[in-house]
Ligand binder design. Sequence first.
Ligand SMILES: Nc1nc2c(c(=O)[nH]1)N[C@H]1C(S)=C(S)[C@@H](COP(=O)(O)O)O[C@H]1N2
Ligand SMILES: [Mo]
Length: 266
Amino acid sequence: MSQPTEPQLPKDEIPESLVRRRMIKSFGWFALAAAVPVGVYEWITHSVGAQGIKRPFRKVLEANEQVARTYFSDNHLVRTFPVEQATKKARINGYDGLKSPIPEDWKLQIDRKDNQPLMLTVDDVKALPKHEIVYEFKCIEGWSQVQHWGGARLSDFLEKYKLGTRSGNAPNPDNTNDLFNYVGMETPDKGYYVGIDMESALHPQTLLAYELNGQPLNAPHGAPLRLIIPVKYGVKNLKRIGRIFFADEKPRDFWAERGYDYYVGL
Ligand SMILES: Nc1nc2c(c(=O)[nH]1)N[C@H]1C(S)=C(S)[C@@H](COP(=O)(O)O)O[C@H]1N2
Ligand SMILES: [Mo]
């Protein structure tokens, strides 16, 4: 099937389109269209403020920064369960990107701007603090199960390896403008791929998982390393991560290309 591609922005338009993109992100096209009569639009486009940012839009940027602060908070946690309630028979669903054996030379590749990619092992991930979570895993097809996963927080991983920022520093709650908008992940064969908004990636319950029910992951559940992202439906929980990268434009996403909502949040 044909793959929709992200529209490329002309270089000389970037500052304004950035503002526009943030606004769209905050309110959506619909609200934007409904809220801005033509006359108001004229006024906005003629009132240029400091830093070249149109004044009425700066308010939106400030509001957006408030939203951004929730990136690092422990609010909005997904409900968890006692470990006894976890199923011992976690369902297996979806084999895209898993159809060939796990590459013998598997490494977790992380792309960095102006730098060689990082090539890491599962032991590197296991060296980070281990977190376990028992929660209701939900598949968009209509089934759910209470499952028990273990791994490292993706946020700890990004902090340790100074990833996800334009500056190359560790993500910082006081400088959310430094964060890329999205994290992209794909299987080693590129047969399955997802894009995750940075807020969900940094959520404290989002894990790079290497255990299910206290045991090492098996291949159909995503060995050697998979994403567990409880604030999203199953589709975003990519199994067998091969490569991770960071971007401001939406990374391609397997099920979004097939008609599902890009964010599929709970
Ligand atoms: N590589 C890969 N990851 C994937 C899928 C897939 O087909 N390939 N399917 C997704 C879907 S739709 C779901 S519901 C979950 C299922 O995870 P499980 O097989 O461990 O239950 O994996 C997600 N991650
Ligand atoms: Mo799913």
